[in-house]
Design a protein around this ligand. Structure first.
Ligand SMILES: Cc1cc2nc3c(=O)[nH]c(=O)nc-3n(C[C@H](O)[C@H](O)[C@H](O)COP(=O)(O)OP(=O)(O)OC[C@H]3O[C@@H](n4cnc5c(N)ncnc54)[C@H](O)[C@@H]3O)c2cc1C
Length: 403
């Protein structure tokens, strides 16, 4: 049996951040990380397309929480303790400069997630955190004041444990044995599969600002849209996938969406089209894109309105104009399935937030049992917010344990 003051289960983003900060705040504590894989921080490695989107340049807690479909209310207090500005400072103090991209996402200046991993490994080593790799925690039990952890190797014993195992179903089952409730996990941050003639041959087309609504639902979102080889992606879709993670899972990822490509309502668009018809009477409709739409998309929407390739504006009848206005402002697409967004995906669901004290991230059911990161029922839209949840929770855990 190995004894420690603090054992962190899971050597991912939250686990390393908790261990390093606890060790730094209280050098007297004997701390270990138990990590199932041969190496830690594997998600950090692949995150942000290998660049690691560490956090987001949003510095007002009440604004920051708007990016969390689950966990927004609970994170407001914690963000007043440790948030994006603190993350930037934390890394800078340890020699990792971060940069802001136009959309607010923040990456290491090196553009490599390895910089973050190297920083964590150096810090853990410097503060004498013991890291046990290829060590899977298989049971968690409390004996008097101490936690006993059985692993595939040694057994461990600690006063405090931090569960930072991300979206591990096996660990959620162990936590259920300790009477914690786990909200059923479903994927979040995915793209929509759409097999439709209008978009089949135009992958790579981007529309900067569209409104997407899920029909027969309250779900809607606005932002950039990307047409891919298999359907739709980019923030307008990813935000829907996050806010609708549970609802869309219930629909088995089969539903209809309505897209407004031009940010005008149907009537407004129809009037504009009538003006264009007058102004460009002798020009071929297909040839010149309107509403600043990418030409390839414009052409598909025109063809879908039963306007032929050679038709001139003067030849369009009322029905065709209405059909075109419909395609531009309320085009309906059938979604059938989802695909993985390679840059970032997360799991919605996890330990029920009602059972956690968000001043400390300690379990309300068991003393000296803490949680940090994706193990909790907290997740965010894409942009660096998921890591920020891991850093914030882990920092607050460290502060409390080190006291
Ligand atoms: C491809 C991809 C890209 C992403 N990119 C970004 C991004 O750029 N920005 C962003 O904010 N978020 C990103 N995310 C989300 C982000 O990676 C997670 O939210 C974050 O890693 C959660 O941290 P965590 O420490 O809670 O969990 P994890 O990082 O998943 O770590 C959990 C650790 O626990 C270990 N473990 C599990 N079970 C056991 C056990 N029984 N015993 C011992 N160890 C165990 C696992 O092996 C793992 O190492 C991305 C996710 C993916 C999949």
């Amino acid at each position: 049996m190995e004894h420690y003051d603090v054992i962190i289960i899971g050597g991912g983003a939250a686990g390393f951040f908790a261990a390093i900060n606890t060790a730094e705040m209280n050098p007297d504590l004997h701390i270990a990380i138990l990590e199932k894989a041969k190496e830690g921080l594997q998600k950090v490695k692949v995150s942000g397309g290998g660049r690691c989107n560490v956090t987001h340049a949003e510095f007002i807690p009440s604004e920051l929480i708007q990016n969390y479909p689950r966990g927004d209310k609970e994170l407001l207090g914690p963000f007043h303790q440790f948030m994006t500005g603190d993350t930037i400072e934390w890394f800078e103090k340890r020699g990792v400069a971060l940069k802001i991209e136009e959309d607010g996402r923040m990456f290491p200046e090196s553009n490599s997630s390895q910089t973050i991993i190297d920083c964590f490994l150096t810090e853990a080593n410097k503060h004498k955190v013991d890291v046990f790799y290829s060590t899977t925690v298989q049971s968690i039990n409390k004996h008097h004041e101490y936690w006993e952890l059985q692993t595939n190797k040694n057994n461990f014993h600690a006063k405090n444990i931090v569960v930072a195992t991300g979206s591990s179903v096996k660990v959620w089952k162990l936590l259920e044995k300790l009477n914690h409730h786990v909200v059923k996990p479903v994927p979040s941050l995915f793209t929509f599969n759409v097999n439709d003639k209008r978009i089949k041959n135009i992958p790579g087309v981007v529309v900067q600002d569209v409104l997407v609504k899920v029909l027969n639902s309250k779900l809607e979102s606005q932002g950039p849209l990307l047409i891919t080889h298999v359907g739709f992606s980019a923030p307008a879709i990813l935000k829907l996938s996050a806010w609708g993670a549970i609802e869309l899972a219930e629909k088995n990822y089969k539903f209809q969406i309505e897209i407004n490509f031009i940010n005008q309502d149907f009537q407004e668009c129809l009037e504009t089209l009538k003006d264009i018809k007058q102004a460009l009477a002798k020009k071929t409709v297909l040839k010149f894109s309107q509403f600043e739409l990418p030409k390839r998309l414009w052409q598909q929407l025109v063809l879908a309105s039963t306007i032929e390739e050679s038709t001139k504006w003067a030849e369009i009848n009322k029905k065709q104009l209405e059909a075109l206005a419909t395609q531009l402002t309320k085009a309906v697409f059938n979604v059938d399935g989802k695909s993985t967004f390679k840059e970032e995906f997360v799991t919605a669901g996890g330990v029920d937030l009602k059972e956690v004290n968000f001043k400390t991230f300690e379990s309300k059911l068991h003393k000296n049992l803490y949680f940090a990161g994706e193990v909790l029922n907290i997740d965010a839209i894409t942009g660096g917010f998921n890591f920020q949840n891991a850093w914030t929770g882990a920092y607050i855990v460290a502060k409390n344990i080190s006291n």
